[in-house]
Design a protein around this ligand. Structure first.
Ligand SMILES: C[S@@+](CC[C@H](N)C(=O)[O-])C[C@H]1O[C@@H](n2cnc3c(N)ncnc32)[C@H](O)[C@@H]1O
Length: 288
């Protein structure tokens, strides 16, 4: 029997609410996203043509997506992409799903980079722990004349980086396999940015679906979540040019410790940046 868009959506919204409970209430659009993906149509179409019938094959494809979402798998992994800044980044279960708060970094780095470019006519940016490439590639897409280096140590993550690199046809972006900054030449970066793993596993304050579906290597760090940030700060002193900038993302209660580590490493002009929930989420500082 043929089934309309309206019927599919109302049935599956009910199913998702039952299966996922309160975690699903936050995002009531997931069924719509799955259907938009299968029909290759936008939300306006879904709502303006909701008496349209969908084919058996489309229903089969849709049910496959819905089944994954019902199991709790994050929508981005079900769809295979996540929007970040102005673009859709390919995502799989080996990489961190780009977070909307990380987007806050992009205009800030663009602004600082433009100032550097005006003075030097060149800008080199390093994105350490690039994941999907969402930070570095967003910058590369906005500023074709900047040089961007994306660093990752995980071969599986590098596979996704290569796919995104190909998708965006980037000429100004290079992927480097390295344990943090160990393979990078000294004194090269005008700006180094990193969103490293920073969650303290022992504190148990990570959402269940994040811990279950996203890669441990992108999430957790020892030493109260500070071990990787500490390594990056220490190694960055060799990599960042004089007066260059270090942008870091951090956990909700780590800002004070990070400021202290930066001071110990002679970073100056240290500023904390808030996220959308007024949490001290980022630190920017200047290499001495
Ligand atoms: C929190 S994720 C951030 C991903 C991406 N930059 C973003 O903002 O969505 C941290 C990334 O650091 C990478 N990573 C962890 N340890 C690393 C190391 N020693 N060297 C290079 N990259 C590392 C992980 O594979 C992961 O992709």
């Amino acid at each position: 029997m043929a089934i309309t868009i309206k019927k599919v959506l109302s049935n599956s919204k009910k199913i998702l609410n039952e299966e996922l409970g309160s975690s699903y209430q936050k995002n009531n659009f997931d069924a719509e996203y799955c259907l938009m993906e299968v029909l290759k149509k936008d939300r306006i179409f879904l709502h303006s043509s909701d008496e349209t019938e969908i084919s058996k094959h489309q229903l089969y494809q849709y049910n496959k997506l819905l089944k994954q979402r019902k199991s709790g798998r994050p929508l981005a992994q079900v769809l295979g992409w996540q929007s970040f800044f102005k673009n859709k980044f390919l995502v799989n279960r080996d990489v961190l799903i780009p977070r909307s708060e990380t987007e806050i970094l992009i205009p800030k780095i663009l602004k600082k980079g433009d100032e550097i470019y005006d003075k030097n006519q060149s800008v080199t940016i390093i994105d350490a722990g690039a994941g999907t490439g969402c930070i570095g590639m967003s910058l590369a897409l906005e500023r074709k004349n900047w040089k961007i280096y994306l660093i990752e140590n995980s071969p599986k993550v590098i596979d996704i980086l290569l796919l995104n690199h190909k998708k965006f046809k980037l000429q100004n972006c290079k992927i480097i396999c390295s344990n943090w900054l160990s393979s990078i030449e000294s004194n090269v970066a005008d700006i180094l940015v990193s969103n490293p793993p920073y969650i303290n596993k022992l504190a148990g304050d990570v959402e269940e679906s994040v811990a279950k579906f996203e890669p441990e290597s992108a999430l957790f760090a020892i030493d109260n979540g500070l071990s990787e940030i500490k390594k990056i700060i220490i190694e960055s002193r060799r990599i960042i040019k004089e007066k260059g900038l270090l942008f870091l993302e951090n956990g909700y209660n780590q800002s004070e410790n990070i400021v202290s580590i930066l001071r110990k490493n002679y970073y100056k002009d240290i500023k904390t940046i808030l996220d959308y929930n007024d949490i001290e989420r980022f630190t920017v500082s200047q290499h001495p």
